[in-house]
Design a protein around this ligand. Structure first.
Ligand SMILES: [Zn+2]
Length: 104
């Protein structure tokens, strides 16, 4: 019963299947954000949700050494009004890479 609420899925897809939400808390700036597993899968691949923090940095302070990830399944009362960060779009950034070259 209760044990399934905090059971982490093996992958983000499985976390989605069991209705989980991925919460990333930053203990440096004390913010907490909730994400849907499929949005995270789009940018990170189908990884173990507990490894999400390794590939992210805090949206507020930019650090990633204070992030704590929790995968949990909200019960109905917790789902109502829960604000999740949705992936709006992915942009590809063009960045110039320079090298030194001797002219002659
Ligand atoms: Zn932070």
């Amino acid at each position: 019963m209760g044990q399934s609420r905090y059971r982490a899925g093996i992958t983000l897809s499985e976390s989605h299947d069991n209705g989980s939400v991925v919460t990333i808390a930053c203990y440096y700036c004390r913010t907490k954000r909730h994400y849907l597993p499929l949005d995270l899968r789009t940018i990170l691949g189908d990884i173990d949700p507990r490894h999400v923090a390794r590939n992210r940095s805090c949206e507020s302070c930019g650090r990633n050494d204070y992030l704590v990830v929790k995968v949990w399944s909200p019960i109905h009362e917790e789902r109502v009004g829960l604000v999740v960060r949705r992936l709006e779009r992915l942009v590809t950034v063009r960045r110039a890479i320079w090298r030194n070259e001797t002219l002659e």
